[in-house]
Design a protein around this ligand. Structure first.
Ligand SMILES: Nc1ncnc2c1ncn2[C@@H]1O[C@H](COP(=O)(O)OP(=O)(O)O)[C@@H](O)[C@H]1O
Ligand SMILES: *[C@@H]1O[C@H](CO)[C@@H](O)[C@H](O)[C@H]1NC(C)=O
Ligand SMILES: *[C@@H]1O[C@H](CO)[C@@H](O)[C@H](O)[C@H]1NC(C)=O
Ligand SMILES: *[C@@H]1O[C@H](CO)[C@@H](O)[C@H](O)[C@H]1NC(C)=O
Ligand SMILES: *[C@@H]1O[C@H](CO)[C@@H](O)[C@H](O)[C@H]1NC(C)=O
Ligand SMILES: *[C@@H]1O[C@H](CO)[C@@H](O)[C@H](O)[C@H]1NC(C)=O
Ligand SMILES: *[C@@H]1O[C@H](CO)[C@@H](O)[C@H](O)[C@H]1NC(C)=O
Ligand SMILES: *[C@@H]1O[C@H](CO)[C@@H](O)[C@H](O)[C@H]1NC(C)=O
Ligand SMILES: [Mg+2]
Length: 672
């Protein structure tokens, strides 16, 4: 019986002692997630447990604190005046800022004398202290802070650090967040990255070493701690303390989350079972509205904008190109379609009408050299600007019909192109340029008499062809040295026929436009305003004199400054009986004197002021070929018949005077 009582007493006592011990000496606990909400953990402030087991220390309420404490006291010392036992804790945290990359105040693991810190304040005090008690040893608070703001008041190292705090937010030791790997390499961890990280805090009661270590989620505990310090906590911690977490928000907020927590006194905390921990929300699918807007719409909008810009650019480019190379074909033009060339081809042929390709410019426009892209044919493109479009139809008709003439002494017209108020005439390219370049101003290359005579003959037969051999009479209107072009064999070829007519068309019926070149204009042409075959012959006569004398039709005397009209000048020599003195010095002495004399006299005869006295081109050809003899005229005869090789015709109108280019001026036909 006694034995039974004794046994019972022992049993009872041991049970009592055990229960006494277990109620006052909690050793360890482990939470792999907080579902259902643990009864042993109390939350204060804005801290909550989420349904899926996360411990939300803070939500997005501003300027608040949040606490979670294990409700039971933990015996850190075996006696009130004893030393602090070893302890160890590990937990998984995540910090998610409301505004990406903008941190707020952070969170802390805390060991405090009571399971609540009601008077601690929010913001930089992390819910641990307040402005009066911060730094006071009577706090008995030990904490490890995970601070995401650099606060100069607390001597923070940066805005992403881990520090050991004893009774004060001014850490006794801290380090930028991160970890040391086996190769002793440091890797930064960004606390506000929203990623899970595991933390280990160990205190050795014997050596008083405090180690704080952290690592990315699912990685092993690094051997080298992040922050390590020797500090005896015996004076800091009381015999029984409470452990938990503290966090706070300011005007900017972050969510501070603990996903799992394990703690143990006198030993190592039980490892967390990471696979059992609750999952973090998928932040990306629930970011702030602004962030979501940026993330979803900005790339799309910029992509659309860029595409739109590219499309606009392309359309503009195409439209411009289309417009640039647009071909406008009017009804009347269809019959000339085969003579029409594409502007695009001409554009590319002349390399975009580059100045480098400019052959020269005259009264009607500029002439460009080009190479037809397909046929590889050398061409000369004349751009004629045509303000009055009235006569265009007739003109094109004439140009095209004349272009169909093929004569070895005409510059072949290959076709035309019309664009808005511009006409482009395409000719064969004449490799040796125009005759004027061989005659005046002591040219580099000159022609001997044989070559000059050949050119004269060529031009004469071309003019004869225009006047008499073609089915209708064609008046050239602008016979002059620069319109005589030389082909590869130095044959003279007449160009620019009919162009003068373009200016004639579309003029006011009250006025007659006279188009031609000073020095080549017959007096009757000026007087009546009418171009005839005779006016062409007059100009041809001037051309003959030019070729023989190497002088311009009108030259300014270097000494007296007066204008010297070639016809008068040659006539002067004839009067003196030595017409050959008018011959070009550049010819030297090797020339057929009688031929030169005949050409000079023929030139004078052709440029007779009386149109009736001028020979026709048929006769001119006969004289040149020697088929008939030039009538034996004497200067007196010419004068007797009223030759008037005057300087008075128009040459005083110096404003319009030019010896180089085609000119046009008007006379009131009714006035004469
Ligand atoms: N088919 C052509 N081949 C080579 N050069 C040419 C051709 N047509 C014109 N040119 C050159 O272009 C220059 C300008 O011609 P143009 O505009 O007719 O003026 P102008 O005849 O009044 O001098 C001419 O002097 C000539 O040298
Ligand atoms: C934060 O949590 C507290 C306590 O549960 C609650 O009163 C408050 O409305 C929450 N705030 C937000 C923004 O969810
Ligand atoms: C603990 O220390 C205090 C003084 O520091 C002393 O007054 C007290 O008696 C000590 N208590 C015990 C149980 O040793
Ligand atoms: C700060 O907290 C302490 C208690 O820890 C309290 O006595 C004090 O009044 C508080 N100060 C303020 C300003 O709240
Ligand atoms: C520390 O706090 C205690 C009690 O709250 C107070 O008596 C003491 O004066 C404070 N010490 C300092 C240095 O502020
Ligand atoms: C901050 O650190 C500096 C030296 O780095 C020191 O002089 C100062 O006292 C410290 N401030 C606090 C509040 O501890
Ligand atoms: C880690 O962070 C610190 C402080 O922000 C910085 O000085 C250092 O360059 C970083 N190191 C690496 C490897 O990113
Ligand atoms: C702290 O870390 C060091 C290694 O740097 C180690 O030797 C020591 O045992 C650790 N202390 C604790 C209490 O883990
Ligand atoms: Mg010309």
């Amino acid at each position: 019986m006694f034995f039974i009582i004794k046994l019972f007493t022992i049993f009872f006592l041991s049970f009592f002692c055990h229960s006494l011990k277990s109620s006052s000496q909690i050793i360890d606990f482990t939470y792999n997630g907080f579902r259902p909400p643990p009864t042993d953990i109390s939350v204060q402030g804005i801290t909550t447990f989420t349904p899926n087991g996360r411990l939300m220390l803070t939500n997005t309420t501003m300027q608040s604190t949040g606490h979670a404490f294990y409700t039971k006291p933990i015996r850190f010392k075996d006696s009130p005046n004893g030393t602090v036992s070893s302890f160890s804790t590990t937990f998984v945290l995540a910090i998610h800022p409301q505004t990406p990359l903008v941190g707020t105040h952070g969170m802390a693991f805390v060991v405090a004398p009571s399971p609540s810190l009601p008077l601690a304040t929010f913001g930089q005090y992390l819910g641990l202290f307040n402005v009066t008690n911060d730094g006071n040893d009577s706090n008995h608070v030990f904490a490890v802070e995970f601070d995401t703001i650099r606060n100069m008041v607390f001597n923070d190292t940066n805005n992403n650090h881990v520090g050991i705090d004893i009774n004060s937010l001014n850490s006794v030791k801290s380090s930028p967040a991160g970890y040391w790997d086996e190769k002793d390499q440091f890797t930064n961890l960004t606390l506000i990255s929203g990623k899970q990280m595991q933390v280990w805090i160990d205190y050795d009661g014997r050596t008083h070493r405090i180690n704080v270590t952290m690592a990315p989620f699912r990685e092993n505990k690094p051997i080298k701690p992040l922050v390590s310090i020797v500090r005896d906590l015996s004076l800091v911690l009381l015999q029984d303390m409470y452990v938990g977490f503290s966090s706070a928000t300011g005007t900017i907020v972050s969510e501070h989350i603990v996903l799992g927590w394990s703690f143990r006194v006198k030993g190592e905390a039980q490892p967390l079972v990471l696979s059992k921990l609750p999952k973090l929300p998928v932040w990306n699918s629930k970011p702030t509205r602004l962030y979501r807007f940026y993330k979803n719409w900005v790339p799309l909008i910029s992509f659309l904008l860029i595409s739109l810009l590219i499309v606009i650019f392309l359309v503009r480019f195409i439209v411009r190109r289309r417009r640039k190379f647009a071909e406008e074909l009017e009804d009347w033009e269809t019959e000339f379609e085969k003579n029409r060339l594409k502007f695009k081809d001409l554009y590319y042929a002349t390399k975009g009408f580059k100045d480098k390709n400019l052959l020269g410019s005259g009264g009607f426009g500029r002439v460009y050299r080009g190479l037809m892209p397909k046929t590889k044919k050398d061409i000369a493109v004349k751009r004629v600007s045509n303000e009055s479009r009235q006569g265009l139809k007739e003109f094109v008709a004439e140009i095209v019909s004349i272009g169909q003439m093929s004569h070895r002494n005409l510059v072949p017209l290959l076709g035309y192109c019309r664009r808005r108020d511009e006409l482009l005439l395409v000719y064969d390219y004449m490799p040796n340029g125009s005759l004027d370049k061989y005659l005046y101003n002591s040219p580099e290359v000159t022609l001997d008499w044989r070559q000059r005579f050949k050119v004269i003959n060529g031009v004469a037969s071309a003019l004869f062809y225009l006047h008499e051999e073609w089915e209708q009479v064609v008046i050239h209107r602008d016979v002059k040295a620069s319109n005589v072009l030389l082909d590869a064999e130095l044959n003279g070829r007449l160009g620019d026929f009919g162009l003068a007519q373009l200016c004639d068309h579309g003029s006011d019926p009250q006025t007659t436009h006279i188009v031609g070149t000073w020095g080549y204009l017959a007096p009757d042409h000026i007087r009546t305003g009418r171009a005839t075959t005779g006016t062409d012959v007059f100009a041809f006569g001037v051309l003959l004199l030019e070729v023989a004398c190497g002088r311009r039709p009108i030259e300014i005397d270097h000494v007296s400054g007066e204008r010297v009209v070639l016809v008068d000048w040659v006539f002067g020599f004839w009067m003196e009986g030595n017409i050959l003195n008018a011959t070009d010095q550049n010819l030297g002495s090797e020339y057929n004197q009688s031929e030169v004399e005949m050409v000079l006299k023929l030139g004078l005869l052709c440029s007779h002021s009386d149109p009736k006295a001028r020979p026709t081109m048929r006769h001119v050809l006969h004289y040149l070929r020697g088929d008939s003899m030039l009538p034996d005229l004497s200067p007196v005869d010419l004068r007797g018949s009223g030759i008037m090789l005057g300087t008075n015709h128009g040459s005083n109108e110096s404003g319009m005077f030019t010896t180089e280019s085609t000119v046009a001026y008007s006379v009131l036909s009714s006035g004469r």
